[in-house]
Ligand binder design. Structure first.
Ligand SMILES: O=C(O)CCC(=O)C(=O)O
Length: 279
């Protein structure tokens, strides 16, 4: 399923591109699921960017409870095993899905950021499977600073709650600087200095990245190109629940507490189901 060299690359760099690992059947299923999802987004959904030409960037998360196609992907696709093999974990729990949908020509660039320090879980054994459902060129795809997942530094998080042109209420907004140890450097100004990587990708390809890696920069689409991305987030051996006083993004603490999960618990219940184990 994954070569030893790809596992080593993932551990060293914090990111690896895997080509053709998802059959067209999974891409068709997720595309169908996305159509269903966009007709009935969750209460977390919102537009992150809307420009003068009404080009948009739409985001939503944890929609899988209402989208049967996403459920099938979570439980039956190769994603959980990919995560398990790359993380070297004995078992894998599903965390959540998130979609990033740019209309044709959207110039919105995802701000550089890390994920795990702002999640309602803590651990190094976490990853995202980032899958474009349409072709994307390297200059428009999500980009990464290789090795940054190993620095142990928490960078000052961009406040994604400020991405809210429609002024939707109740979006996650937090003062993350309370825990930040460093400002995010201006990576886009000098990508070569940071060794930034990204790849041309076709539907069926994915990048898997450790959730502590610095990533961002995707977007700036040519006028005729949109971008539909489905991501799934996975939790391995060293992860436990952590409700952070400084806030979380996305903030699932309430829904997790409703399922009986508390800080220090291992992921579990039907909210964060165990999907794969090495045995
Ligand atoms: O696709 C994007 O533009 C952003 C993806 C991302 O930041 C993530 O999956 O954590």
């Amino acid at each position: 399923m994954v070569e030893q060299s790809e596992i080593e690359q993932f551990r060293r760099n914090g990111v690896v591109k895997l080509s053709g690992v998802f059959d067209p059947v999974w891409i068709d299923l997720l595309t169908k699921g996305l159509d269903r999802h966009l007709k009935a987004p969750t209460e977390r959904a919102r537009i992150w960017d809307r420009d003068d030409h009404d080009r948009t960037m739409f985001w939503d998360s944890m929609a899988w409870h209402n989208v049967v196609e996403y459920q099938q992907f979570v439980f039956e696709s190769p994603a959980a095993e990919l995560a398990g093999r790359l993380l070297g974990s004995s078992a894998i729990n599903f965390f959540f899905d998130a979609v990033f949908i740019r209309s044709a020509g959207s110039q919105f660039e995802t701000p550089w950021h890390q994920d795990e320090p702002y999640w309602s879980v803590r651990g190094h054994d976490t990853c995202t499977v980032w899958m474009p459902l349409v072709p994307v060129a390297a200059e428009n795809a999500l980009a990464f600073v290789p090795g940054s997942h190993l620095s142990n530094k928490v960078f000052d998080q961009y406040d994604f709650g400020s991405l809210n042109p429609d002024d939707k209420t109740d979006v996650d907004r937090s003062d993350f600087s309370a825990i930040a140890e460093a400002d995010v450097p201006d990576i886009s100004a000098d990508p070569e200095r940071f060794g930034v990587v990204s790849w041309d990708m076709e539907p069926g390809d994915c990048v898997v990245f450790n959730s502590r890696i610095l990533h961002g920069g995707s977007g700036k689409l040519p006028p005729e190109r949109g971008l539909k991305v489905f991501t799934s987030k996975w939790l391995g051996d060293d992860v436990d629940i952590k409700f952070r006083d400084e806030g979380m993004d996305p903030d699932f603490s309430q829904i997790m507490a409703n399922h009986g999960l508390a800080s220090g618990d291992r992921p579990g219940t039907d909210l964060l189901p165990r999907v794969w184990s090495a045995d």
